[in-house]
Design a protein around this ligand. Structure first.
Ligand code: COA
Length: 290
């Protein structure tokens, strides 16, 4: 089912269960989406909408309008005309897109091709980042997003992760409009335990897996290439395990590029007062070298 990401729509895609047509979502698809959402097992609906009840007709109409413009959506249509998968993004105020996706239970495997198609549409429209709120236990969605590559935007709710995927490669940019001071955390844990204290102290935290990322391209910094997350931050916390050889390598690479880079233990991770001291350390000095 390999497809070139930028392949024009409509096009046919051969899935394990049969052939589908992939095309742009349009205003006439409200009934088809309604039928798709009603057909889902309750748990899938919950993972998609955070409630077992599907969207109301009015919500669906608004959603389809949003995905049609200024966002974009795609649907996979089976031979009998039913919509068996949908994905799309709605434009967020800052300029990123808010991403959502559904694949009918019998058609799993289509998610990758739909995500690729939406990423291509977003890139064409100049949308650099696609954000999604995903239940922390939604392993299928997290595995799908990992194939594209993602970073986590810190939010207080631990049951949900807010991720951002880039439309221009495996490492996403900072969420559009994130103010300074921006703190990047490289941690294999996904969610960094120091994030609440850092946020309470006024830092904006994004974490990435660094060299542990399963996305193609892994960690550009270790390959001597620029990383959009590092380039866009004011400071980096390297929170890899002490014995991990990537830890000193990352610290050296960040400092060579003029970035303030701290080890996890030197940050003051759990105490908001200690973190607040670091706010100033994360602010770019004047004149800014960043
Ligand atoms: C999330 C969802 C869209 C994924 O669709 P899909 O067709 O299964 O996606 P794909 O098969 O292309 O890719 C998913 C990857 O995750 C893997 N995966 C699936 N379930 C998994 C699980 N429980 N644990 C770990 N990996 C899993 C798949 O094997 C696949 O990887 P592979 O291609 O390397 O084999 C689909 O599960 C779905 O519609 N879920 C309900 C709605 C939802 O959660 N939407 C997301 C909210 S934004």
């Amino acid at each position: 089912m390999a497809e070139a990401a930028g392949t024009p729509l409509p096009r046919t895609v051969t899935a394990a269960r049969g052939t589908v047509t992939l095309r742009r979502l349009g205003p006439a698809d409200v009934d088809g989406l309604d039928a798709l959402y009603r057909s889902l097992p309750a748990q899938d609906r919950y993972q998609r909408f955070f409630t077992e009840a599907g969207p109301t007709r009015r919500t669906l109409e608004r959603y389809v309008a949003l995905l049609d413009r200024p966002g974009a959506g795609v649907v996979a249509v089976a031979g009998d005309g039913s919509i068996v998968a949908e994905a799309g993004y709605a434009r967020l105020a800052g300029g990123d897109g808010e991403f959502g996706i559904t694949v009918a239970a019998g058609w799993r495997g289509l998610g990758t091709v739909l995500l690729d198609a939406v990423v291509a549409l977003a890139a064409e429209a100049g949308v650099a980042g696609l954000q999604a709120d995903v239940l922390a236990g939604n392993r299928a969605m997290l595995a799908l997003a990992a194939k594209q590559g993602y970073a986590l935007i810190h939010i207080p709710d631990r049951s949900v992760v807010r991720l951002i995927m880039g439309t221009d490669g495996p490492v996403p940019p900072w969420p559009a409009g994130t103010p300074s001071p921006r703190l990047l955390v490289e941690t294999p844990a996904g969610q960094w335990r120091g994030a609440p204290a850092a946020e309470a102290a006024g830092l904006h935290v994004v974490s990435c897996r660094g060299p542990g990322s399963p996305a193609p391209g892994r960690c550009p910094v270790l390959d001597g290439r620029p990383c959009p997350l590092v380039e866009g931050c004011d400071a980096v916390v390297v929170a890899l395990p002490a014995g991990d050889p990537a830890r000193p390598a990352l610290l050296r690479a960040h400092r060579r590029r003029g970035k303030r880079a701290m080890e996890h233990g030197t940050f003051g991770t759990t105490d908001p007062a200690a973190a607040s001291v670091k706010v100033e350390a994360c602010r770019p000095p004047t004149p800014s070298p960043f």
